[in-house]
Design a protein. Structure first.
Length: 162
């Protein structure tokens, strides 16, 4: 038996600016890093670019991890403000339901970074509102939300992902 180091198992989304649509928001709980322990979430988007290597052919997915905070210094606050194209109201700052962004279109910039073990990762560098006149993409329906994956027996609930 011949064994070897694994190759990169997935193809990262290509670099560039894309129309995108949010397909998931995942509460990943408490995460500890060099700056301490913080409550975090991930936002997942489909971009308007097809991955011809998937069967069936499907859009690339990208995600970004955030500290779950609407502090003015938080990346989530900055990206949501740019995406929505307006400031948060005091009522929204008191409790904004991230489920509201699922299905909402935006523009994202994808950049590549080299991982510590050599793999290439597609990272979301910026999020903004769609430019005027740009047609919004809609969710493909192929993405199964992570909360559905965890609660689905056999990984398929037989219905739409929402």
């Amino acid at each position: 038996m011949i064994v070897k180091a694994p190759s990169q198992m997935f193809k990262p989304a290509p670099e560039g600016s894309y129309g995108a649509v949010c397909v998931d928001v995942v509460d990943i709980g408490e995460v500890t890093n060099e700056w301490g322990t913080k409550h975090c979430c991930e936002v997942v988007w489909e971009i308007d670019e097809l991955d011809a290597e998937t069967i069936p052919i499907d859009r690339f997915k990208v995600k970004k991890r955030y500290t779950a905070s609407l502090s003015e210094k938080a990346n989530l606050f900055r990206d949501l403000t740019a995406w929505r194209g307006r400031k948060f109201t005091p009522e929204e700052l008191a409790g904004f339901d991230l489920e509201q962004i699922i299905g909402k279109p935006c523009m994202i910039q994808v950049v590549h970074h080299l991982g510590s073990k050599g793999g290439v990762f597609a990272n979301v560098n910026s999020v903004s509102a769609l430019p005027k006149g740009m047609k919004a993409i809609e969710m493909s329906g192929h993405y199964l939300r992570r909360s559905k994956q965890e609660h689905s027996e056999g990984g398929d609930d037989g219905g739409a992902p929402f």
